[in-house]
Design a protein around this ligand. Structure first.
Ligand code: HEC
Ligand SMILES: [Cu+2]
Length: 330
């Protein structure tokens, strides 16, 4: 399974990614429905094959016997056909009812007071914004979604450019993310862990490198994480880090990226205030570490051809200082 996942799922977001292993209420409901459909359809299919085999066997056996007389009763055939039709109708009613009830249960969580998280899909990354419980301000991060276990989160999904689709198979079904409208998806995660999410609708060249790390955290871990994300970046005292910050703030980077606590306030790229805390970079393209950060900003095209982030030309010492600064942004 792990090998198969490694082949099929590119990039560094490597948590579980399966509808067969639900870790939240909505995924569990869908999994139940899937199981019911498999059983009902499986049994029907087995019955059809069984009757077919029986009919063939009867025909072969009868070929040598005398042909049936005109007076042979049609009653068993009629009863059999009637029973079969009844069974098919009952199966269809069962499946429709179950599907209707599951659909209702997916919508039901919407009545509770939920944690609102705004997710904006971009080519090819996810902007994730939380409302700070202390200040009421929006706190942003990217390509990483933290959810508290046992509490319903309401995801407000919007797209900035083209149609995407949000999908974390272990937690819920997929939902299209459409420019110009907000789609709501409720998730009630139960099992603590890391999961893999991704874009499930072809959205351009780098669609496959549009994954996100999803962390279902115990409530205390979630609150601590949110408080840490809400803080602005601090001022580095180390001269190399200070040089890195200077390059960032006064270079091109600041035109597209925010680092709260510095003058960098560009909005077209991911918020990098705490980029060093993330598990991967650029939509799960690479694991987070200093070497990968440097490789990324020196040549993003090499990794994600078509990406909207331009390369930067820097002497190696400066590139190193910039990468150290990004890694230090915890
Ligand atoms: C024209 C706008 C633009 C400029 C200039 C720019 N970036 Fe980006 N950056 C982006 C976009 C867009 C992404 C998301 C790309 C993707 O994943 O496809 C990104 C992604 C990143 C990421 C990965 C973030 C994450 O959460 O995965 C890092 C790190 C980064 N940029 C650093 C830099 C640095 C350092 C500079 C300056 C040398 C810079 N960027 C200049 C637009 C820009
Ligand atoms: Cu997409």
């Amino acid at each position: 399974m792990a090998l198969l996942a490694a082949i099929l799922l590119p990039g560094a977001c490597d948590g579980p990614h399966s509808v067969l292993d639900p870790a939240g209420d909505q995924a569990a409901h869908l999994h139940g429905l899937l199981n019911l459909m498999l059983w009902v359809c499986g049994i029907m299919y087995a019955l059809v094959l069984g009757f077919l085999a029986w009919a063939l066997w009867r025909t072969i056996r009868r070929r040598d016997a005398a042909p049936p007389g005109p007076d042979e009763s049609q009653r068993p055939l009629r009863i059999g056909l009637g029973a079969w039709a009844g069974l098919v109708v009952a199966g269809l009613i069962l499946l429709s009812t179950a599907s209707f009830l599951v659909d209702r249960s997916l919508a039901a969580a919407r009545e509770h007071e939920a944690l609102s998280i705004r997710i904006t899909a971009h080519q090819w990354w996810w902007r994730v914004a939380y409302r700070d419980p202390a200040s009421g301000e929006w706190i942003e991060t990217a390509n990483e979604l933290y959810l508290p276990a046992g509490r319903t989160a309401r995801l407000e999904l919007v797209a900035e450019d083209v149609i995407h689709s949000f999908w974390v198979p272990n937690l819920s079904g997929k939902l299209d993310v459409i420019p110009g409208r907000t789609n709501l998806l409720d998730i009630t995660p139960r099992r603590v862990g890391w999961y893999r999410g991704n874009c499930a609708e072809f959205c351009g060249l780098q669609h496959t490198l549009m994954a996100l790390d999803v962390r279902v955290a115990p409530p205390e871990e979630f609150s601590a994480w949110l408080a840490a994300q809400a803080a602005s970046a601090s001022q580095p005292s180390d001269p190399v880090l200070a040089r890195g910050q200077d390059l960032f703030v006064n270079g091109t980077c600041a035109a597209c990226h925010v680092v709260r606590g510095t003058p960098a306030d560009g909005r077209s790229g991911p918020d990098l205030t705490h980029v060093g805390t993330r598990r991967s970079i650029a939509g799960g393209a690479l694991p987070m570490n200093r070497g990968n950060l440097q490789g990324w900003f020196l040549n993003p095209e090499a990794l994600k051809p078509g990406t909207l982030m331009p390369a930067v030309v820097l002497p190696s010492q400066e590139a190193d200082a910039l990468a150290r600064y990004l890694e230090w942004l915890k």
